[in-house]
Ligand binder design. Sequence first.
Ligand SMILES: Cc1cc2nc3c(=O)[nH]c(=O)nc-3n(C[C@H](O)[C@H](O)[C@H](O)COP(=O)(O)OP(=O)(O)OC[C@H]3O[C@@H](n4cnc5c(N)ncnc54)[C@H](O)[C@@H]3O)c2cc1C
Length: 620
Amino acid sequence: MSTYPLIHHHHDLLVVGAGGAGLRASVAASSKSLSVACLSKAPPTRSHTVAAQGGINAALGNRVADDWRWHMYDTIRGSDWLGDQDAIALLCERAPEAIVELESMGMPFTRDENGHIYQRAYGGQSTDYGKGGPAYRACAVADRTGHSLLHTLYGQALRQKVKFFVEYVALDLLLDEEGICRGLLAWRLETGELHLFQAHATIIATGGFGQAYASTTASTICTGDGGGMALRAGLALQDMEFIQFHPTGLYGAGILITEGARGEGALLKNTLGERFMERYAPNSMELASRDVISRAMMQEIMAGRGAGAKKDHLLLDLTHLEPNIIDSKLPQIADIARTFGRIDIHKKPIPVLPTVHYTMGGIPTNKYGEVIKSCGARNTSAGSPSIVAPDPAQSLHDSQDLIPGLYAVGEAACASVHGANRLGCNALLELVVFGKNAGEQAAGAIKHGAAHKSLSPELLEQLLARFDELRRPRGGIRPNVIRKQLQQVMHSHAGIFRERALLEEGRKKLHELWELMRHDLHIADRSLLWNNDLLDALETDNLLRQATVAMASAAARTESRGAHFREDFPARDDAHWLKHSLGSVDDEGNVRLASRPVRLTAEEPQTGTAISFAPEERAY
Ligand SMILES: Cc1cc2nc3c(=O)[nH]c(=O)nc-3n(C[C@H](O)[C@H](O)[C@H](O)COP(=O)(O)OP(=O)(O)OC[C@H]3O[C@@H](n4cnc5c(N)ncnc54)[C@H](O)[C@@H]3O)c2cc1C
């Protein structure tokens, strides 16, 4: 038995992650008089949610008439019909109520001239089922919406006596032999101790894995640790090939310039001064969806119409906007451009380039945040990595095949409301609507004060052995070197444009990184106190597992849909691919793929009336 003294904790409910999703779930669960613990590797108010700029969607209709069903249609069209329509119906119908809740919790929304919540236009959002003009649906706090949302929810969680464990790193799930989740094992950075958290329900809210890419708007903590834990527990992740590139990362720095800038009227131009979106999305122009605009930008660059000496970026022009719009609605953008690009956006356009922004895939859940059980890949076999192709017999039907005690929400999860491409301002909405759902659902399944089951020594030994193994020096390569190589591989081989040879080469390069992780890793620091090298190794392991599943899922999906564009299969293929990908990976890097049907029907949450949108051609 590995000799690590364990510190034991028992709570009714455990939330991993203190971003918007984790905090909303904690607030919901703690209102049911349960003991709720929330664990976070970073201080809560530094979670990536704090960086969200543009807004949060709800069909409030404060500026033009709006309807949650139009929002539903836009979200499904944005998802390229891969989103689960029952979850999307719930997301959009509950949105106005969720905004009112945030407002009454104290979130300081920007106001319009009538004193109502200010709403701006955003990409891919329209009125009248795509036939009307732009919908003004994004409720905003200037361009610092995530900052306000996160601080508001943190205040509420403290008020409700949620117990926070800050700078605790979740290592692995306690999934017992009956397939029930009993909590998790964590490492406390400040003291170096290992802590065993037992709970009747565990909610994973650890955010996305944007750090798998070289240029990303995601913070360095966004390493998808929840997805890594799920894969190590033998679970499959869903739709991992769908990676969103945001059109306007600040050229050179990759920092986000919010889509809200275009919502306020900013224009995208090439080196000739042309509004090139006319060629690609003549109706929506700069407010088409992100996948469409990112591809258009790369095509402009490839056609030699990029800006600058190297013709390798494009321009976001705000110089025609009234200065008071910039100063009151986009102050942070002005700051970012000045600090990181030395540009006064009142006078000069901002150089921009598409940058990884959001990971649509994650832990598969239903609309209550309950984790769906899916094929695992626990077997290990020697030799080069293989992909076991999707087997129709393994397709999971819409069963209630759930993992008792395990929930997932936010960017770590795949509910799936974003399908193949997320609409701007639907992520913050997902955090609060599904965070509340998951918190309530999990709380409802718990009997206050129920006894905790004792854990099998074998399970603990297995988890401790893995942690111990990673600490031992095996070679001379530091984890951050492997992480950087991984980021380059993903950027070069699973970027905006993909094709078979590129993806296959990417798979081979990832396999080489598995070998480095197993045989050549070096952890310079031998202690357990704030060991950043070890933390880096743990995070890199999580990134590598998820990148491997993403690359294999992208190689398998022989069609183009949303953010996944195959140059060798440029058309969407509903006959074969209108289904979710599922992928798991064993400890040798072998991937097992399967699929799940998309839920194409829904009921209106209030009335039960059937509502659904059949697949159609997607144009903006
Ligand atoms: C720059 C930027 C701007 C954005 N703007 C918008 C916007 O305007 N509107 C919109 O809708 N969406 C926006 N998004 C997307 C949206 O902000 C994110 O998808 C969302 O905030 C993710 O929230 P989350 O709660 O799932 O995770 P996060 O906010 O990323 O929080 C994850 C939490 O998990 C904890 N954690 C992670 N791993 C571990 C571990 N191993 N152990 C313990 N704790 C762990 C972290 O400490 C953190 O508390 C933006 C994203 C970015 C990057």
